[in-house]
Design a protein. Sequence first.
Length: 151
Amino acid sequence: MPEDTSRVDPPGLVLAFDFGRRRIGVACGDTLSRSASPLTAITAGPQGPQWSAIDALIAEWRPARAVVGLPYNVDDSESPMGAKAREFAAMLESRYRLPVNLVDERYSSLEAAARLRSARQSGLRRRRVAKADVDAAAACVILERWFTTRT
């Protein structure tokens, strides 16, 4: 399971990442308001994440920490993608000297897609939902989950 995140840290901006092989969803939020917003999705490929795009986000937002979704199976075992997400989290930590927390991301993409569909049906969202939108919204769900674990 993800590490204990019950420690209280000083207020600050947090970037969350929904790691995937094709795209990495990104959301931002702050620990004071405990609110999160989807930002973007960064393309990834066989060579890994597009680090230049992540560099630009880190430079623009100057986060105090990062949160990365860790994929689990229904039976609470870590999914095969978990090792790649852990590797990505370790790279974020070493590359940007940021504390990184891992959060159970189970069903975050399904929840994000449902939220986006609902927003579109209610008229709050006009354009159709793209995969990149779902990835960014999933990062938002991951960050909201992290906020709920904080005391």
